[in-house]
Design a binder for this molecule. Structure first.
Ligand code: NAP
Length: 298
C-alpha cells in the first residue's frame, strides 16, 4: 500500500458550519500594534473560504522593539507572509532581506512574502490608492495632500505614477511636509510644503482636482480644521484614507456637495494585492468587498 495522501490544499474549510484549521493549513497574518481593530482578518478569511483555500489569516500583536524577533520567526514557524501596519511599516523596510522598488520609493513595507526562508517586502498601499482613484482623471492636475506620514508617501508615489503635475502637502509639522518635498519633487512633479493652516486658504484649494486626507485625525475623535472647500472646483473629489467612519473631513465635503470617498476601496485593493502575492491566485474582490462592508456596518 502507498503512503497516505496528504489532504488537498483546496480542502473544504468548514465542517458542520465551523471553520477548520488543520495541520496542513497555511498561515498568514497581520503584524502591528494595535491589531485588534483590523478588518483584514475578516476580509482575507472570507476570500480563502470563497476559493476553498486551506489558509488562515490571523492577527499578531507585536510591540515596538519586538519587530525584528517577530519577522525572524515568520520562516521559522512556516508562516508564509504577513501584512505590516502601524507602527512597524518603516522599520520593516530595514529588516526584510529584499524589498521591491515601490516599497523602497515609499520608504515602507506593508506586505511581506516568505520565499525560500527569505523575507520579501512590498508596499501594496500604492496599488490600493491607484485602484481607489481609478475613476478620477488626474493627469496634469493639482492635488492637495493633507498629512505627511507613511500613508502620504504611498499617496505621493501613486500621484506621481498618475502624472499629476503639482502636489501641495499640508501638515501639522511643517518639517515633515518639507521632507516629502525634498524626497519627491522633480521636474514635471512639483511638490510644495505648507503648514496645516493652508487647508483654509482659498488659494490652495482653488485649482485642485483632488484633496486627500492622510492624517489620522478622526481616528480618536480629534477635530479636523475647517477647509476652504467653497473655493474648490465643483468636481473636486475629497478622499479620506480612514475607513468605516464618517469623519469631519468627509462631513465638510459632503456639506459643500463635493464628491467623497473613504478608505474602504484602498484597504480592499491593498489587501487583494497582498492576497495575490501570497497565494498566486486572483483575489475574489467582490467577496472581500462584501466582507469589509458587512464589518464596517456591524
Ligand atoms: N485605507 C487604507 O487602506 C489605509 C492604509 C494606510 C493608512 N491608512 C490610514 O491613514 C492614516 C495615516 O497613517 P500613517 O501610516 O501615515 O500614519 P503616520 O505616519 O503616523 O502619520 C500620521 C499623520 O497624521 C497627522 N496627525 C496626527 N494627529 C494629528 C492631529 N491631531 N492634527 C493634525 N495632524 C495630525 C500627522 O502629523 P504630524 O506629522 O504633525 O505628526 C501625520 O501627518 C491612518 O489613520 C491610517 O488608518 C489607511
Amino acid at each position: 500500500m502507498g503512503a497516505k495522501k496528504s489532504p488537498p490544499v483546496e480542502a473544504n474549510r468548514r465542517v458542520r458550519g465551523r471553520l477548520v484549521v488543520r495541520g496542513s493549513t497555511r498561515v498568514v497574518g497581520i503584524i502591528g500594534d494595535p491589531v485588534q481593530h483590523s478588518l483584514s482578518p475578516l476580509m482575507h478569511n472570507a476570500a480563502f473560504e470563497a476559493l476553498g483555500l486551506d489558509w488562515v489569516y490571523v492577527p499578531f500583536p507585536v510591540k515596538q522593539g519586538a519587530l525584528r524577533q517577530a519577522l525572524r520567526a515568520l520562516p521559522a514557524l512556516g508562516i508564509l507572509g504577513a501584512n505590516v501596519t502601524v507602527p512597524h511599516k518603516e522599520a520593516a523596510l530595514r529588516l526584510v532581506d529584499e524589498a521591491s522598488q515601490v516599497a523602497r520609493k515609499v520608504g515602507a513595507v506593508n506586505t511581506i512574502v516568505v520565499r525560500s526562508g527569505r523575507l520579501y517586502g512590498e508596499n501594496t498601499d500604492v496599488h490600493g490608492v491607484r485602484q481607489a482613484l481609478r475613476g478620477v482623471a488626474l493627469q496634469g492636475s493639482s492635488v492637495l495632500v493633507i498629512g505627511a506620514g507613511g500613508a502620504a508617501r504611498a499617496v505621493l508615489v501613486a500621484l506621481e505614477e498618475a502624472a499629476v503635475s503639482q502636489v501641495i502637502v499640508a501638515n501639522r509639522t511643517l518639517a515633515r511636509a518639507r521632507s516629502l518635498q525634498r524626497r519627491f519633487s522633480k521636474p514635471g512633479f512639483r511638490v510644495e510644503a505648507f503648514p496645516l493652516t493652508a487647508v483654509n486658504d482659498p488659494q490652495c484649494l482653488s485649482r485642485v482636482r483632488l484633496v486627500v486626507n492622510t492624517t489620522s485625525v478622526g481616528l480618536h475623535g480629534e477635530s479636523f480644521p475647517t477647509m476652504a472647500i467653497k473655493a474648490s472646483p465643483l468636481d473636486c473629489v475629497f478622499f479620506d484614507l480612514l475607513y468605516g467612519r464618517s469623519t469631519e473631513f468627509l462631513r465638510q465635503a459632503r456639506q459643500a456637495r463635493r464628491e467623497v470617498m473613504d478608505g474602504t476601496e484602498m484597504l480592499l485593493h491593498q489587501g487583494a494585492e497582498a492576497f495575490r502575492l501570497w497565494t498566486g491566485r486572483r483575489p475574489p474582490i467582490e467577496v472581500m468587498r462584501t466582507a469589509l462592508q458587512a464589518a464596517s456596518k456591524a
